[in-house]
Design a protein around this ligand. Structure first.
Ligand code: C5P
Length: 290
């Protein structure tokens, strides 16, 4: 019988995201620099009754067949040639859902990795990436982690040098959650900003912290910000709060999470406390794996 397997599923932030064009299949071609952070969910796999899988999540709103962990398990078991030993998947949520932090995608990536081991399926990295892409555009990135330049609909990845260590102040306005589909749908089909990611990529490649600082203080890091800011006044308020704290906020993915990087732990701690006081769900984490 297989022993229990515990896997961390870290959140991601988008250091830059530019939407290039709408595609005939309904997706958008984009270019994005993705970065793993230490805030993470945890998945535990343990032997379950009979065959197949059971799925449990600490957040009742995220239980059921729509969860990407459930879908990852269903996808793998549908492809298996023989009956698989029973497994219980328990998902302990920490990452805010529907916030642009890739929590669901990272959970699915962790489930694919964990089930591959638990069921001894012997799938290689490439096969897992292909399966991941069937479930969601960010899942191939979540299988890889680190600092990556993503193209296509998010699944074409080029490794970048690791970002220098930063504290990451993350905040989500209370009671606000967006579906990625709705945010892309709200994007004006013709007129949207296409910030060039070249200065960001150059700064990362050259380990140029002044260049990184310039990128974030420029304030134009994410095409999707133009689509999400009008959706809720609490987003602009959250952004202003970051600015008043002397930080340069950037929207992560399709939001509503904003983040800012700082090398100074005291500033990061004070910012998280102030953001919480202002009613946001705020987190102190750091760049790199959990
Ligand atoms: O791939 P994923 O399931 O995460 O995407 C959710 C939705 O977000 C898609 O159905 C699509 O509407 C939108 N999307 C997009 N272009 C991308 C990624 C996502 O339009 N590159």
């Amino acid at each position: 019988m297989s022993a229990a397997i515990i896997i961390k599923a870290p959140a991601k932030i988008n250091l830059g995201l530019t939407v290039l064009k709408r595609r005939p299949d309904g997706y958008h071609d984009l270019s994005s620099v993705m970065q793993q952070v230490s805030l993470a969910d945890t998945i535990r796999l343990e032997p379950g009754p009979g065959s197949g899988f059971l799925f449990f999540c600490t957040d009742p709103a995220l239980r059921g067949k729509k969860n990407l962990v459930y879908q990852a398990a269903a996808l793998l078991s549908a492809r298996a040639p023989a009956e698989l030993p029973g497994v219980k998947l328990s998902l302990y949520k920490q990452i805010p859902a529907a916030a642009g932090l890739g929590g669901g995608s990272s959970d699915a990536a962790a489930a694919l990795k964990g089930l591959n081991r638990f069921w001894k399926l012997g799938l290689g990295e490439k096969e897992l990436m292909k399966l991941g892409a069937l479930l969601g555009s960010d899942i191939p990135y979540c299988l890889q982690g680190g600092t990556m330049l993503a193209g296509g609909r998010g699944e074409k990845l080029t490794a970048l040098p690791a970002l220098p260590f930063y504290w990451v102040v993350l905040a989500v306005p209370a009671g606000v959650a967006f579906s990625t589909k709705d945010v892309y749908g709200a994007l004006d089909p013709v007129q949207f900003s296409r910030p060039s990611l070249a200065p960001l990529v150059k700064a990362i490649r050259e380990h140029d912290t002044a260049g990184l600082h310039e990128w974030f203080s420029g304030g134009q890091t994410n095409t999707l910000e133009g689509a999400v800011l009008p959706l809720s006044p609490s987003l602009q308020q959250l952004k202003n709060k970051f600015l008043h704290l002397g930080l340069s906020p950037a929207l992560s993915g399709s939001g509503p999470a904003y983040f800012a990087l700082t090398g100074d732990l005291r500033i990061a701690r004070a910012a998280v406390a102030a953001l919480r006081e202002a009613g946001a769900r705020a987190y102190l984490c750091w760049t790199g794996p959990a």
